[in-house]
Design a binder for this molecule. Structure first.
Ligand code: FES
Length: 157
């Protein structure tokens, strides 16, 4: 297995200027669907499929919530911080009478990856965090088979 196949080396994504123009790029790298986003002068990379139910985050709006820049999943509007992959939500505490809604964290739910710039080229280094992160499920062959079965069911109906 080459260093690139092992996920140890960063993967070339594209020319910086091209990605800035495109704003979002998806790539299949080392068995993962990755989304690279350029927003307000910064690059971010994360698993493309949302940790909640696997929808693509490619067209998710980017908004700030609780001072954190988030991508909002188009499917059910879950909010995921771009930098950390943290799931956040706003709610009231049912145990507190007349409490105002406030932000809560679900912890890290979406695997994020490291973006590097070298001489005007953008590279992504795949996260090597060993523990299971919920978006990992949507990078498995099991999910890909489920997804393609759904697509073929829909096309037959
Ligand atoms: S699939 Fe993303 S919020 Fe449900």
């Amino acid at each position: 297995m080459s260093a690139e196949e092992s996920g140890e080396e960063p993967y070339f994504i594209g020319r910086k200027e091209d990605i800035i123009q495109a704003k979002r790029v998806t790539k299949f790298l080392n068995g993962r669907d990755i989304l690279v986003v350029h927003h307000d002068g910064k690059f971010y990379a994360m698993d493309e499929h949302c940790y909640h139910a696997g929808s693509s985050l490619e067209n998710g709006d980017i908004e700030e919530f609780n001072n954190k820049l988030c991508i909002v999943c188009p499917k059910h509007k879950y909010k995921i911080t771009l930098a950390e992959g943290e799931g956040i939500y706003k709610a009231t505490n049912p145990k507190e009478k007349n409490s105002a809604a406030r932000w809560f964290s679900k912890g890290i739910k979406q695997r994020v990856h490291t973006v590097m710039e070298v001489n005007g080229d953008i590279f992504v280094k795949i996260s090597e965090v060993c523990r299971f992160i919920e978006s990992d499920y949507y990078q498995t062959e099991e999910f890909r088979q489920e997804k393609s079965a759904c697509v073929s069911d829909e096309s037959q109906s």
